[in-house]
Design a protein around this ligand. Structure first.
Ligand code: OAD
Length: 256
């Protein structure tokens, strides 16, 4: 099936859908030039293993090292701006009020582009929280408000003095329960799932489209490369999301 036909098929399904769910991964931010974890772990950081920089054990062992790595990641990610793919999703949400995005990304480009229905499975790089969540899950701390924005040492929670950490999910860490519940609730109501830019290697994110497919919900994938989830999809659009999503939004709007 030619690319145009695939996009037409996807547009017809999306137009007919009342509760579409998009599952996004790093690929949706690739055209924004967002450095991935692997991109950041280069230069002087290349001598560290991910398990020395992004696990609860690493933070326990050397909170200042982990804090410095995340301050560096924030610094190199800051200039990234939403790309046409992000804006297309925000445009589609305006057309489809029950559209939800479940993202694995820790950048905030979905929100920056205007999407409001965003469920963030792995947290947000720019947010910091008390490592003990002393005021509830999550206890977010505004580093500017408390003037704690120290580049070299992990600051301490103004409420309980525990170390402050980035509000992202680390390797071998459980996802926050409220976020998991919200994601599974959205997936259980979805009448269409569109996977955008994920290798589908990380769970439980990768389980969600499979659950939908097992309930007979149509699944579409947008990814220039095949992924672990391509076999789950009924339709695979092998194009970059920055091209396919705006084209999809245009066709759905034209059909409206
Ligand atoms: P990956 O880096 O594993 O996969 C990115 C996917 O995006 C690949 O399948 C690429 O083919 C695809 N891709 C690249 N450019 C694209 C484009 N322009 N348009 C569409 N797709 C494109 O990133 P994720 O699958 O998101 O976990 O990784 C999932 C998780 O693994 C991350 O959230 C992170 C990492 O460990 C945590 O941080 C907990």
């Amino acid at each position: 099936m030619a690319a145009g036909e695939k996009l037409e098929q996807a547009a017809l399904r999306l137009r007919a859908s009342q509760r579409p769910v998009f599952l996004t991964g790093a690929g949706v931010s690739a055209e924004s030039g967002v450095p991935t974890f692997r991109d950041a772990a280069t230069g002087l950081w290349s001598k560290y293993e991910p398990t020395e920089l992004a696990t609860p054990q690493a933070f326990q062992r050397d909170p200042d090292l982990v804090w410095r790595f995340y301050q560096y990641r924030r610094q190199i990610a800051a200039p990234a701006k939403p790309n046409p793919g992000h804006y297309a999703l925000a445009e589609l949400e305006a057309l489809k009020p029950d559209l939800w995005i479940i993202t694995q990304n820790v950048d905030d480009l979905h929100e920056q582009s205007g999407s409001q229905h965003v469920i963030r499975l792995h947290g947000r790089l720019r947010d910091s929280r008390c490592s003990q969540n002393c005021k509830g899950d999550p206890t977010l701390i505004d580093l500017d408000k408390f003037r704690l924005n120290s580049p070299d040492t992990a600051p301490r929670c103004p409420y309980c003095s525990a170390r402050i950490r980035p509000d992202v999910v680390w390797f071998n860490e459980m996802l926050p329960l409220p976020v998991l519940e919200a994601a599974w609730s959205a997936i259980s109501k979805a009448d269409l799932v569109i996977i955008v830019g994920t290798s589908g290697m990380v769970h439980p994110a990768a389980d969600m489209p499979m659950d939908a497919r097992d309930r007979g919900v149509p699944v579409i994938e947008i990814n220039p490369q095949p992924s672990a989830l391509t076999p789950v999809a009924d339709l695979w659009i092998d194009q970059p999301s920055g091209v396919a999503l705006p084209e999809l939004a245009h066709r759905v709007t034209a059909l409206a």
